[in-house]
Design a protein around this ligand. Structure first.
Ligand code: ATP
Ligand code: MG
Length: 411
């Protein structure tokens, strides 16, 4: 079957030294995973990944995959041909014949001659291709600074031609930095926190604390929708939904009123830590931003931090709400995040929460609540929803079944 060809520009990966192969391999696998069931192959060449995909795979599908895969600085649909000037000129004509030139006024040729043994130098090659452009579009003139059309030629093991290239999301491929657990609420911040850490290569699963009936089924649906929206950037994800009503009621009944949010957050850290340990992950990620609410002051975060046995990453800590909203809009989660269903934190939050808690006092209060038994019980009732790298929902199972399955597998 004929193949569609895409040229992928690597971003930060190209700065890597000896471990570059590790990053490139992960990038390649992440792209191929997203394109399944369509078959694709790749070829790696200095700073580039060439992707060949079955002809029947829709272009939008490929472009959606490439525009959401971290590690990609840019990509373009390309044509490949022999390194022969006549063949290259003929291919350029073919490339241009697929374009509507009526709205174009200016053009430029960009030649990259990676194969230095190719006998025609870059400037001469650019002049030759300029003639070809003018043969197809006689009305175009050259503008090297701000052209409407750029024809790119790269001479490598073969010649590669492309016109417009689209920006990729940059960053590093999901999975190259290890694995983590995102605390995903229905708000604006946590999906953006997921995007931000995934961009640095962390492979993320999500955990949502669900306090039914205080939080509705619609609130859960909203969180599932958010998980599906961020799943492409995460190269697929699992959403752990833990029933937390009894745990929260226990906090409400036994804690000082002004410390209930802090106790809830401490319990969240402990619970997340249990899943992190079970799954062999390395960190917890939250959408907290310094001083956004009472539980996100420095003393409050220092306390919740001290309740976690794992590294807690708060990538939005230094971000302004407007900056977070702009990013949420860019990644397409904002409209879902602002749907009105209440989060459980909001429902159980005290009127006058502590902003400057005494850490030792809080630790003692937490220890008096007897949370462990509630956490263990809730873990047994946790459900796991799965989403692939295209955001499609897959199978659902219980954490209990998964643990039992893992044990059978190990034996
Ligand atoms: P967001 O907009 O992401 O909900 P927020 O501004 O509402 O954040 P908080 O409700 O204080 O802030 O929560 C801070 C962070 O704690 C969230 O970004 C998220 O990481 C985590 N979190 C809060 N509630 C939940 C929940 N019910 N389940 C999972 N994580 C939660
Ligand atoms: Mg929230």
């Amino acid at each position: 079957m004929a193949k569609q060809l895409y040229l992928i520009k690597e971003g930060e990966i190209s700065l890597k030294g000896l471990n570059r192969g590790f990053f490139e391999k992960r990038l390649k696998n992440n792209v191929k995973d997203k394109l399944r069931p369509y078959h694709s192959t790749t070829q790696r060449q200095k700073g580039r990944l060439f992707l060949f995909v079955d002809e029947d795979c829709p272009a939008e599908r490929i472009e959606r995959a490439l525009s959401t895969t971290f590690g990609i600085a840019g990509y373009a649909k390309a044509l490949m041909c022999q390194k022969d000037t006549d063949v290259i000129r003929a291919k350029t004509e073919e490339l241009l014949s697929g374009l509507d030139g009526s709205s174009l006024k200016t053009f430029k040729i960009a030649v990259r001659r990676e194969d230095k043994s190719f006998p025609v130098h870059s400037y001469d090659m650019a002049c030759l291709l300029a003639q070809t452009v003018n043969k197809v579009f006689p009305h175009l003139s050259v503008d090297l600074r701000n052209p409407d059309l750029t024809v790119h030629l790269e001479i490598r093991n073969q010649a590669f031609l492309y016109t417009s290239d689209s920006p990729g999301p940059r960053g590093l491929p999901a999975g190259t930095a290890g694995r983590g657990l995102l605390l995903l609420s229905g708000g604006i911040d946590s999906p953006v926190a997921a995007y931000t850490m995934a961009k640095r290569g962390v492979k993320l699963d999500c955990l949502y604390f669900h306090a039914y009936p205080y939080t509705s089924d619609e609130a859960l649906e909203k969180v599932k929708k958010l998980a599906s929206l961020i799943a492409p950037y995460l190269n697929g994800t699992r959403l752990f939904v833990i029933p937390y009503t009894d745990a929260q009621l226990n906090i409400r009944d036994k804690s000082r009123a002004d410390a209930t949010t802090l106790m809830f957050r401490a319990a969240m850290m402990k619970t997340a830590g249990r899943i992190v340990a079970m799954e062999g992950m390395q960190c917890i990620v939250t959408g907290e931003a310094l001083s956004q609410v009472a539980s996100q002051t420095l003393p409050a975060m220092a306390f919740t931090d001290s309740m976690s046995d794992y590294l807690v990453l708060r990538p939005l800590c230094g971000s302004d709400k407007e900056e977070i909203i702009a990013l949420a809009k860019k990644i397409g989660t904002y409209e879902t995040s602002i749907l009105p269903y209440e989060d459980c934190c909001v429902i159980f939050s005290p009127k006058h929460p502590l902003t400057n808690p005494d850490r030792q006092e809080m630790i003692e209060l937490y220890e008096s609540l007897g949370m462990d038994e509630f956490i263990e019980k809730a873990l047994l009732e946790t459900r796991i929803y799965t989403f692939n790298g295209n955001g499609e929902e897959g199978e659902t199972f219980s954490l209990k079944d998964k643990i039992e399955g893992d044990i059978i597998e190990q034996n």
